[in-house]
Design a protein around this ligand. Sequence first.
Ligand SMILES: [Zn+2]
Length: 59
Amino acid sequence: MATLVRTCPKCRKLMWVKDEQMTSLNDSTIRMTCPHCRQLVRLSLVTQGENAAGPKMGH
Ligand SMILES: [Zn+2]
C-alpha cells in the first residue's frame, strides 16, 4: 500500500501514515499514534469529500 499523508486532527501537523504504524479499524478507518503529539488518532481513508484535495498547510 502506498504511503499516505494526513493531517493530525489533534495538532494539525502532517504525518506520514505507514503500514507498520497503523491499525485498521475497518475498510475506511485506521488508527495510529501521531509522531508529533503522541496522541492516538483515528483517520479516514476515504478520499471523497471536503478533504479530498489534500491536507492544508497552516501558517
Ligand atoms: Zn498530532
